[in-house]
Design a protein. Structure first.
Length: 250
């Protein structure tokens, strides 16, 4: 097995969906439902406002998370349950390094874009909290919502990464490294684009800052083969980004 990117050289565990060969229709269905479901999720959240907050959290955050997990589980014939395998302790050291590099890259990218004359938009969630009458309560709501939203983003991004890789390698005869490389790029582009509402359709920022952030999160998954590590790092990174954005507003 030719190892990809940051995989351990002695790690013989294959990625979910690559260790079995699912029927092609299952893979295409997973891809279509994940893409379509993401569009529907974003559109639904933008079109409907629910009150009180807990009803909104249920409809916009909690239900979509369980729907995405159910889709991944059912159409992968249970194979994507391997996403939730227990990580090793050594995976966390690599995750810490990736988090530091990810934060450094994001700050450098934003500074470089601004220096080159490109505008970058502030984090929409930070702006909401900053303008709220009760900032503490709004911050609490954002934290609760993110616990579910970021799991949805991880499930969607990693499922698309694995499905595209499985299609290319198993059915279109790409090499393992080429298939995973193209799948990585597809996951990065999608991840950047689904943040259009947060960053007000700033494509440069969405692709060169947010999209590249997916590279670091996927790399953590490649190393650990566990969604838990990339999910926790995703939460920490978003919290740091939020704090930086809040600080810049004062």
């Amino acid at each position: 097995m030719k190892h990809f990117l940051f995989e351990r050289k002695k790690d013989q565990r294959e990625f979910p969906l690559l260790d079995v060969q699912l029927e092609q229709w299952r893979l295409w269905t997973l891809l279509i439902l994940m893409l379509g479901g993401t569009i529907a999720w974003i559109g639904f959240a933008a079109s409907f406002t629910f009150h009180p907050y807990w009803v909104m959290a249920l409809m916009d955050d909690i239900l979509p998370t369980f729907i995405f997990i159910a889709i991944a589980w059912y159409f992968s014939n249970g194979e994507l349950k391997k996403l939730f395998r227990r990580p090793r302790w050594s995976d966390w050291w690599f995750a810490v390094v990736m988090l530091i590099v990810q934060v450094a890259y994001s700050l450098f990218a934003i500074y470089s874009l601004n220096s080159a004359g490109f505008s970058t938009n502030e984090n929409g969630e930070a702006a909401q909290v900053g303008s709220a009458a009760n900032k503490g309560l709004m911050l609490f709501h954002e934290v609760i919502s993110d616990l579910f939203d970021l799991m949805s983003e991880e499930v969607v991004s990693l499922t698309i990464f694995l499905v595209v890789a499985a299609l290319l390698i198993q059915y279109y005869h790409f090499s393992r490294r080429s298939g995973l490389g193209i799948a990585m790029l597809a996951s990065m582009i999608l991840f950047g684009l689904i943040h259009f509402e947060t960053y007000n359709w700033n494509l440069v920022q969405m692709l060169l800052v947010i999209g590249v952030a997916r590279f670091f999160l996927n790399s953590i998954f490649v190393r650990s083969k566990s969604i838990w590590v990339s999910y926790i790092v995703h939460n920490i990174f978003d919290a740091l980004s939020f704090l930086i954005a809040m600080n810049a507003m004062h």
